[in-house]
Design a protein around this ligand. Structure first.
Ligand SMILES: Nc1ncnc2c1ncn2[C@@H]1O[C@H](COP(=O)(O)OP(=O)(O)OP(=O)(O)O)[C@@H](O)[C@H]1O
Ligand SMILES: [Mg+2]
Length: 294
């Protein structure tokens, strides 16, 4: 029997709770005790670099993130800047937890070459962490969503990763060079403001209703690309993640043009970073009295 919505087989309450904790830790600096060994994830995004730490059960315990321009279209374009920023975020999270992080999993957009994936590994290692695993973004996202049949569409800052999931496994991935940055360009052109100001207004709930008609064609194009990308696949529904999915109404527009029901989880920005952490190898807890943070 086909599921009515993409998330029918997953525990949406648990997904929402994990994402709320991810938001509290990564965006607001909360620290939770959790249980069992730690797992660390690094997402070097086009718009945001994020570090997420979970406990043994995959629940977020700490994290940090910062907007950045060290990666473009999934490729590390400012290697030194990426290393410095990740080093700072790792130090920040280690200080919050009171222990070293030691090892992390990292994600990369589907469609980039082996050399680009290796660059991600080198950035992780430059922050003093062993790179425990490298996982493509939608596969990472599905570690949170637990999608059984459907597609994960990760609309980030510069790219949109699409992954087809059959029986819980990602069977095909594709990548489109469209994301939130393209919305910024349209807003900047339409309002005659800088791209930075466009980005600020786009994420401001007071501005969003006024900007919706302006960015709608970009989201429609994205929906059409999803439809094209999924042609010939037996996909009952789509889960939209990535920061751009947080734009009110984005799910409806993409869904209408993709011709598929679309679900947007709460805090879609953090689905991929959290899922990346769930791919990390266990890092033993250090007793507070012996903990040494660099
Ligand atoms: N509330 C919001 N409303 C609209 N857009 C948002 C919101 N929050 C974040 N964004 C946008 O989401 C994008 C960042 O999303 P995300 O962190 O998923 O991207 P990324 O992982 O850095 O990029 P990529 O996956 O393309 O490398 C930015 O373009 C940002 O403007
Ligand atoms: Mg991303």
């Amino acid at each position: 029997m086909r599921a009515d919505t993409a998330l029918d087989r997953s525990d949406t309450g648990a997904v929402a709770a994990a994402l709320a904790a991810a938001e509290a830790t990564v965006l607001h600096g909360a620290v939770y005790a959790g249980q069992g060994p730690l797992h660390v994830g690094v997402d070097l995004g086009t718009a945001v670099v994020a570090v997420v730490v979970t406990d043994g059960a995959g629940a977020p315990v700490a994290g940090a993130s910062q907007p950045a321009t060290v990666v473009r279209d999934g490729v590390v374009v400012d290697f030194v800047g990426a290393c410095e920023l990740l080093g700072e975020l790792v130090a920040q999270v280690e200080a919050r937890l009171g222990q070293p992080l030691e090892a992390a999993a990292a994600c990369y957009p589907p469609g980039v070459g082996a050399g680009e994936v290796e660059a991600v590994r080198h950035v992780v290692e430059s922050a003093g962490l062993a790179c425990a695993a490298l996982v493509d973004e939608p596969t990472a996202a599905n570690a949170v969503l637990g999608l059984w049949e459907g597609a994960v569409v990760d609309v980030g800052g510069g790219t949109t990763g699409i992954a087809v999931v059959h029986q819980g496994v990602v069977t095909r991935t594709l990548d489109e060079p469209t994301g939130g940055h393209h919305l910024d360009l349209v807003i900047a052109g339409g309002l005659g403001v800088s791209v930075e100001e466009a980005e600020r207004r786009k994420t401001d709930p007071a501005w969003q209703p006024r900007l919706a008609p302006m960015v709608r064609p970009v989201l429609e194009k994205l929906g059409a690309l999803v439809r094209q990308g999924l042609a010939g696949e037996d996909v009952p529904a789509v889960v939209l993640v990535g920061g751009t999915a947080a734009l009110p109404g984005a799910g409806e527009v993409v869904g209408a043009w993709a011709g598929l029901p679309v679900t947007v989880p709460p805090a879609p920005l953090l689905v991929t970073p959290l899922g990346t952490a769930r791919h990390g190898s266990p890092v033993a807890r250090v007793a507070p009295e012996t903990a040494k943070v660099r």
